[in-house]
Design a protein around this ligand. Structure first.
Ligand code: HEC
Ligand code: HEC
Length: 370
């Protein structure tokens, strides 16, 4: 073979290699320009609202109403002085405050045209209109897009209905309530969810904006984390330290408080019943309850990954039948010595050497794409 021929073969193979190598990088570029599947703002707030509502129901039903009926413990406005349970509205407001303080983008509140607490008054003309609209038509949330400063926001307000006589009696008789004639079934206020959508004018075009599912999944996770933290801190730990009531695994039979994990689990079942397309689970590679082990390869790899790289969730997609799902596993940390002790001491726990701040498991969130 001549040097020339050799040179041209070499050139050709280099050229081919370059060509071959550049093909995938071109397609990566093209891919990032393609519009990725997203969630409509309405689907996004429906998912977030479903999770807020499920946690609220578990707290009202499994904790407040149940312990009240058993004559063990009541909820009251001055829970601190009276060593009682927080009112459901106070629980939601505290949890929202915690989530809003994280500065993740989403904010949510409880608001009303007839608030006992003036801080819960509507903050804008839009909010007043929204509250009036849901009072007239409680079957759907009222939504709008608004510019505040130089940024656009999508806002949705969902009705908060007087589901029991106790809501009505307490509000009607409260000295600070501006309305004294609430009836069961009335809309008493609303849950406002506020999502930033961006600075450009195009964000204001109705029907155009889509949220990346990983952002909505972060918001769902923030609600879950906040509710669990408020429940652990202000209900379980506080009442245990004051020797008022304990939490235990057999909470129903033992007339105690459900464990924080069980609080989340009960809410997860409620959300499941809605069949909206949002799901979550508390899982672990070392579960006390074997049902909380990873259900598939994705959850298994996700748990292993967040244990090694706890800074961000492990994400992926899957297709079940005709539906696409976005999935994420978030690390669940041993934030208190209580987590560590109870799990290490449990005869059912396959791991006995958890330490403070270890990743003990994960919260798996899955969202159906529209
Ligand atoms: C024992 C009394 C009591 C009961 C029962 C009660 N609430 Fe309230 N609610 C309050 C108080 C007090 C506040 C003000 C909390 C705060 O912001 O400090 C409040 C706040 C609210 C708010 C926010 C607006 C406002 O009034 O400040 C809404 C909406 C609301 N409650 C709805 C309900 C619904 C729905 C139920 C029943 C499922 C219910 N409440 C049960 C006492 C009660
Ligand atoms: C008083 C005991 C107790 C405490 C405290 C406790 N857990 Fe658990 N945990 C349990 C039990 C029991 C289960 C199983 C619940 C079920 O599914 O029936 C569980 C379930 C879990 C799971 C799901 C996997 C499994 O083990 O079944 C995770 C993850 C978890 N806990 C993390 C935590 C973290 C993080 C904390 C602290 C913030 C904590 N736990 C505090 C007893 C406890």
């Amino acid at each position: 073979m001549t040097t020339d021929k050799l040179r041209s073969i070499l050139f050709l193979s280099i050229a081919l290699t370059v060509c071959f190598l550049s093909v995938p990088s071109f397609s990566v570029l093209a891919d990032s320009n393609k519009t990725r599947p997203g969630l409509s703002p309405r689907t996004a707030t429906d998912y977030i609202h479903a999770v807020i509502q499920a946690d609220r129901k578990v707290y009202s039903h499994d904790i407040v109403a149940r312990l009240g009926k058993l004559g063990l413990l009541n909820a009251s406005e001055n829970w601190k002085e009276e060593n009682s349970l927080l009112l459901p509205a106070q629980f939601l407001l505290k949890s929202a405050e915690l989530s809003n303080e994280r500065g993740i983008g989403m904010r949510y509140y409880l608001t009303s045209l007839w608030p006992i607490n003036k801080n819960n008054s509507p903050k804008s003309k839009n909010e007043i209109t929204g509250l009036q609209e849901i009072a007239r038509n409680p079957d759907a949330p009222f939504t709008w897009i608004v510019k505040e400063g130089n940024r656009w926001y999508y806002q949705a307000i969902y009705p908060d209905v007087a589901t029991s006589e106790s809501c009505v009696t307490c509000h009607n008789n409260h000295p600070h309530s501006p309305k004294k004639d609430f009836k069961v079934g009335d809309v008493m206020g609303g849950i406002l969810i506020n999502l930033p959508i961006g600075k450009q004018e195009k964000h204001a075009e109705p029907g155009k904006h889509q949220f990346p599912p990983e952002i909505i999944s972060d918001y769902v996770h923030s609600v879950l984390e906040s509710d669990r933290e408020i429940y652990s801190k202000y209900i379980v730990d506080r009442l245990k330290n004051q020797n008022i009531i304990q939490s235990s695994e057999n909470w129903w039979a033992e007339k105690s408080l459900p464990l924080p994990a069980q609080f989340l689990l009960n809410a997860s079942r409620l959300v499941e019943k809605n069949k909206l397309g949002v799901h979550f689970r508390l899982i672990s590679l070392w579960p006390i309850n074997s049902k909380n082990g990873p259900a598939n390869e994705f959850e298994h790899t996700g748990l292993e990954t967040v244990e090694t790289h706890p800074i961000r969730p492990y994400i992926g997609t899957s297709r079940i039948g005709q539906k696409d799902y976005f999935k994420a596993v978030y690390p669940d940390f041993a934030v208190t010595q209580g987590c560590v002790n109870c799990h290490n001491d449990s005869p059912e726990s396959p791991k006995k050497d958890f330490k403070l701040n270890d990743v003990m498991g994960g919260i798996a969130v899955s969202l159906a794409m529209n």
